[in-house]
Every structure is written in C-alpha cells, then in structure tokens.
Design a protein around this ligand. Structure first.
Ligand code: PGA
Ligand code: ZN
Length: 417
C-alpha cells in the first residue's frame, strides 16, 4: 500500500465555486479520492484556503492548489498510505507555515483525506471502520463507533442567504430516543411542514446555501415561531421529539464593538448581546447555540457559558478546529462544545488531536460540513468513527447535503441492520 501517484483537478462546489478533487493511487492499484469544502462565514484563524486570485472564476480558481497537491508526490512517493500520522506530519513540514498558506490547506486536506480513503480501500475496510481504527491508534482512546444525532439547518439567514434574517442557521435536532433513520424522517416532516406554512403565507420557499428555506421574515423570533409551529404541524412535540438549535455566526454581525441585527433594527454592546441570546434560549427553549458572539469576544462567551449551564454553547469561528484555541477555551470555560470542520485545520491527524482534546475534557463534539459542499460524504464516516455523537450537515435537501445523510443511513444499515 505505497503511494504511487497523486492527481488533482479543479471541480465545482455547491455554490458553483472551484474546489479540489484529489486522487491518491497506491502500488496495489487501490485509489482514494477526496473533495474539499469551503466556508462563507469563515473564522480569521482558519487554515489558509489557497485561491489563484487571477481572472478565471473571479479569482476563485484553485489551479495552483491542484498543482501543489500533485507536486506533493515528490515527497510522498513510496510512503505507506496507512501511516496517516507520518503523512500528515510530512505535509505540515513541507508547507512550513503556521496556517498552511504556502501549499494551501485545501491542497493538503485533499491529499490527507485521499490517503485515508486509499488505505481503507487497500485494507478492504469501510471508511468509518478504518477511521475508527486510526483514531483509536492515534488517540489511545477506546472509542466505540456510534450514530450521530443530526442537526438540520432548515432555515438559512446571514451569509448563507440574501434575506433579511441576521442569524445564519436555524436547526432542528431529533430526540436521541429515535434511531438515526427515524430521527431523520421526523426532521423531514418538520422541513416539509415549514415549507407548507411558508408557502401558504405567500412566502418564498426557495432555499439558501445549506438547503434551508430563506424568505424575508425579519426577526429571529419570527423564524423561531414558524419552526415551533412546524414541529406541531408535523405532529411532533417541541423539546420531546424535536429540539431547536441556532448558529448565530456572530463574527459576521460584529463591528467595532457593536453587534448589529438589521432584520430587527438592533444595535447591541457585548453585554446586551449576552442578554439577548440568554432571553432567546429561555423563551424558545433552545438547546444549542453556536457562535453567539464574535470570535474575539471571549468575555461574552464566558458569561453565557456560565449563565446557561444546561445549554450547549458551541465554538466554531472561535476555535476553528485547532487544539491550541480549544485549550484556551477549556481553561477559560468559554464554551462546552466544539464544531469540527476538517478544512479549518487541514489534516486528519490534527482533526483527531482536537477531537481527542475535546473528548478528554468533557467538551461535546459536532462534526460539520461547510456552506460550500460537494458530493463527498467523508464527514459522515468521520462522525461515526470518532463517536462524535452529533453532525451538522444542512437541510434534508440538495444532494450536497443529503449525500451525508444518505451515507449515514447506509452506515446505520450496516452497523444496526
Ligand atoms: P460556513 O458556515 O461553512 O459558511 O463557515 C457554516 C458554519 O458557520 O457553521
Ligand atoms: Zn458556524
């Protein structure tokens, strides 16, 4: 299972932007292919996504990154594909920068994941089984595989839509009393009920970047009211069968010390924003809130985590899947959960290190897609393999999102027939 070739081409993501599709070929003829996702509301400390900045594709081309991925063969030729830790270490060393800006985190991640897939294929293992073996080996933890609870983004605002809703994601989470397939089915009922409600009110049912509906509803509370009514319309009970979560992506709402919610005409200082979020949590019994504050507003994070002890407070832009930032979050009690996005850090090994740190410190983990996705369902296997317990991968609609849910249905069928 030695690496013999690396090919990489420019393909398109779900927003019609270029991204990488990289294939690693082994000497036994086995192959692994990986596609790289891309975010819109990115954290400033994410690993660097290398774009060409030339005229093609409005500067978003990734031809240089794809050339860089192919060139990595010079160093990876003849290396064992199942030695993921050494491969990733080498990739980090070859790049040599702190944020993978020389070769590009997109190029590096595509090779890292393609190696994982090639090794799993060569060993004739399912990707999730191979990832579980790899994770246990690298983390020294006795991790049992499990099906995650999905967090489905059924209403899109913020940077994922051009509507007047400021909060980026309104999610539903089926109860853990249900199997994955039944929880997904219930979620589809709510999604469909929401579509019916919006439609009958003469509102648009076209969707945002992650497949959630995105009409102009103005305030956050209007959207929450519609979702709660949709849960009821679907014959389900809020906070029994179905729970509600938000991703505020608040770094996008923050400028010069002020949070601005245009949809509801509000300008708030940090402490007022803490109060605003706390009230939403209490009034609508919200069980999980991601990025409620700017990535640098650590004090607000600490306040909310202290006040809302029973709510999952999730760090995305603030931690960007990096263990040093998560470490700071643990020592300062800034959050009690972390979003894991492989392209924020750039290699599988670093992703594993962050997940391990979270699991050892009682920080909940959510494996996540990006708003710009592809048909690659790697994160579905990853969520099962590391016992993440939660996955966030958009609405139950659009094949870039359903690819992950469908993959999880296949895995569930194999693990729990
Ligand atoms: P992004 O959004 O992929 O545009 O960053 C997803 C998120 O913020 O969780
Ligand atoms: Zn987020």
């Amino acid at each position: 299972m030695k690496i013999k070739n690396i090919d990489s081409i420019e393909v398109l993501d779900s927003r019609g932007r270029p991204t990488l599709c990289t294939t690693v070929v082994l000497d036994d003829g086995c192959k692994g292919t990986a596609f790289v996702p891309s975010g819109a509301s990115t954290g400033s400390l994410e690993a660097h996504e290398l774009r060409d900045n030339e005229e093609r594709y409005g500067g978003l081309g990734v031809q240089n990154a794809s050339e860089n991925a192919k060139k990595l063969l010079e160093d990876l030729d003849n290396k064992r594909a199942d030695d993921q830790a050494s491969i990733d270490k080498l990739l980090i060393e070859i790049d040599g920068t702190s944020n993978k800006s020389k070769i590009g985190a997109n190029a590096i991640l595509s090779v890292s994941i393609a190696c994982t897939r090639a090794a799993a294929n060569s060993l004739n293992l399912n990707l999730y089984e191979y990832l579980n073996i790899l994770y246990k080996k690298q983390s020294n933890l006795h991790t049992e595989m499990s099906m995650p609870r999905p967090m489905l983004n059924i209403f899109n605002g913020g940077s994922h839509s051009n509507n007047d809703v400021d909060i980026q994601e309104f999610m539903i989470i089926p109860s853990s009393d249900y199997s994955f397939r039944d929880g997904l089915m219930n979620s589809v009922s709510v999604y469909t009920a929401l579509k019916r409600r919006l439609s009958s009110n003469g509102l648009s049912v076209s969707v945002g970047d992650e497949g959630g509906f995105s009409p102009n509803l103005g305030s956050t509370e209007n959207v929450l009211e519609e979702i709660i009514a949709s849960i009821k319309d679907a014959g389900l009970k809020h906070n029994k069968d179905m729970f509600i979560a938000l991703d505020c992506a608040a770094t996008e709402l923050f400028d010069s010390g002020i949070y601005t919610l245009t949809g509801e005409n509000k300008k708030m200082q940090s402490d007022e924003m803490v109060e605003y979020i706390q009230k939403l949590i209490e009034k609508y019994e919200i069980t999980s809130v991601e990025d409620p504050f700017d990535e640098k507003d650590w004090k607000a994070w600490q306040s909310l985590t202290e006040i809302c002890k029973d709510t999952q407070i999730v760090g995305d832009d603030i931690f960007v899947t990096q263990k040093d930032l998560l470490n700071k979050g643990i020592t300062t009690n800034a959050a009690n959960a972390i979003l894991i996005k492989p392209n924020q850090v750039g290699t599988i090994t670093e992703c594993f290190e962050t997940i391990k740190l979270a699991q050892e410190n009682n920080i909940k983990t959510i494996i996540s897609h990006r708003s710009g996705e592809t048909e690659d369902s790697f994160i579905a296997d990853l969520s099962v393999a590391v016992d993440a317990k939660q996955i966030k991968t958009g609405a139950p609609a659009r094949s870039d999102r359903t690819a992950k849910y469908n993959r999880l249905l296949m895995i569930e069928n194999e693990l729990y027939p």
